[in-house]
Design a binder for this molecule. Structure first.
Ligand code: NAP
Length: 318
C-alpha cells in the first residue's frame, strides 16, 4: 500500500512538473525585444561578439541588415563567429576585427583602423566582459576586471564618440549587471593592490559601467547620441570560465538560466527599440526599465570616476 502511494505521488509530481515546465521556462526566458526595426545602412560595433550574449546580439542585428563589426581579442574565434552569422543571416556585412580591451594600445589601434575604414557608427555595444578572474594586471598596470569591464569600454567610447555624433541618431549600449547592487567604487585602491576579492572586483566594475553610462548620457545631452546600460539576466555562457563551480552549476541549472539568445534580448532592445530613440542614461532588464541601486545613482561618484578614468588613461574628455 505504502509503495503504491509513493509511486502515485512520484507520478503526480512528474505530471505536475511536465505541465508547469513550459510556463516556468517562459518566465525564465524573460523579456523579448518585439521591435521589427530594420538596420539597413547602419553600422554597429559589438565587443566580445565571438560567443555568448555578444554573438547572439550580433546575429540579431545582422539579421536586421546592419553592417556589424565583431570586435574581439581572439581572431580565430571571431572569424568563426562572423562566418556563422553570415551563413545564418545571409548578411555578408559581418566583419571580425581585433580588439583586446585589456590593452589600451590594441583599443587605440582598433579605433584608428575603424575611423579610417568606416564613415559612420550608429550603434556601439560595449558587451565584452570578464568575471571572477584571479588577480592580474593588464599591460597598462590596471586590475584585469576593472580594465576589461570599465577602462577599456571607456577608452573605446572616447575614441569613437565624435564619429557617433556625426552619425546621430546613434546609441551606446553598455552591458552591465545586477551585480552592481553589491558594489562600491574603491577609489582608494582602484587596482586592488591592497586587497582583492574577485567577486567584489566584478561587482565594482559593473557599477562603474552604470556610473559611466549615467555621466556619459548627461554629457551627451543635445547630441542625439544616447547611452543606456542593462542587466542581461542570468545566462548560460562562457562567463564563468574562471571558476569550475560556476561551469558545473551552469550545466546543472541550464533549465533555470537564459540561453544566450534570450540574454541578448535587452541589448537588442536598447539598440533598436523605436521608443528608446531619445531615452538616455537609463538602466534596463528584460526589455524594460529596471531598478538601479543607490550607488548607481550617485552623480558625484560618477563625475569622480569619469575624472579618475580620464587621468589614468591619459585622455582629456570634457
Ligand atoms: N552571463 C551572465 O549571466 C551575465 C550576467 C550579467 C552580466 N553579464 C555581462 O554580459 C556580457 C557578456 O557576457 P557573456 O555571458 O556573453 O560572457 P562570455 O560568453 O564569456 O563572453 C564574453 C566575451 O567578452 C570577451 N572578452 C573577454 N575579455 C576580453 C578582452 N580583454 N578584450 C576583448 N574581449 C574580451 C570574450 O572573448 P573570448 O571568448 O576571447 O574570451 C567573449 O567574447 C559581459 O559584460 C558580462 O559581464 C553576463
Amino acid at each position: 500500500m505504502q509503495e503504491w502511494l509513493g509511486g502515485a505521488l512520484a507520478l503526480g509530481l512528474a505530471l505536475l512538473w511536465l505541465l508547469a515546465a513550459p510556463s516556468i521556462r517562459k518566465y525564465i526566458s524573460g523579456g523579448k525585444c518585439t521591435s521589427t526595426a530594420k538596420l539597413n545602412g547602419k553600422v554597429v560595433v559589438i565587443t566580445g561578439a565571438n560567443t555568448g550574449i555578444g554573438k547572439e546580439t550580433a546575429r540579431d542585428l545582422a539579421g536586421r541588415g546592419a553592417r556589424v563589426i565583431l570586435a574581439c581579442r581572439d581572431m580565430e574565434k571571431a572569424e568563426a563567429a562572423a562566418n556563422e552569422i553570415r551563413t545564418k543571416t545571409g548578411n555578408q556585412q559581418v566583419i571580425a576585427k581585433k580588439l583586446d580591451l585589456a590593452d589600451t594600445k590594441s583599443i587605440r589601434e582598433f579605433a584608428e583602423n575603424f575611423l579610417k575604414e568606416e564613415k559612420e557608427l550608429h550603434i556601439l555595444i560595449n558587451n565584452a566582459g570578464v568575471l571572477l578572474c584571479p588577480y592580474s594586471k593588464t599591460v597598462d598596470g590596471f586590475e584585469m576586471q576593472f580594465a576589461v569591464n570599465h577602462f577599456g569600454p571607456f577608452l573605446l567610447t572616447f575614441l569613437l564618440i565624435e564619429r557617433m555624433k556625426e552619425s546621430a541618431p546613434s546609441r551606446i549600449v553598455n552591458v552591465s549587471s545586477l551585480a552592481h547592487c553589491l558594489a562600491r567604487i574603491r577609489f582608494e585602491d582602484l587596482q586592488g593592490e591592497k586587497s582583492y576579492h574577485r567577486g567584489l572586483a566584478y561587482c565594482n566594475s559593473k557599477l562603474a559601467s552604470i556610473l559611466f553610462t549615467r555621466e556619459l548620457a548627461r554629457r551627451l545631452q543635445g547630441t542625439r547620441v544616447t547611452a543606456n546600460a542593462l542587466h542581461p539576466g542570468s545566462i548560460v555562457s562562457e562567463l564563468g570560465r574562471h571558476l569550475t563551480i560556476l561551469i558545473f552549476l551552469g550545466k546543472l541549472l541550464t533549465f533555470f538560466l537564459k540561453t544566450p539568445q534570450e540574454g541578448a534580448q535587452t541589448s537588442v532592445y536598447c539598440a533598436v527599440a523605436e521608443e528608446l530613440e531619445s531615452v538616455s542614461g537609463k538602466y534596463f532588464s528584460d526589455c524594460k526599465p529596471a531598478y538601479v541601486w543607490p550607488q548607481g545613482c550617485d552623480d558625484e561618484t560618477a563625475k569622480k570616476l569619469w575624472d579618475v578614468s580620464c587621468e589614468l588613461l591619459g585622455i582629456q574628455w570634457d
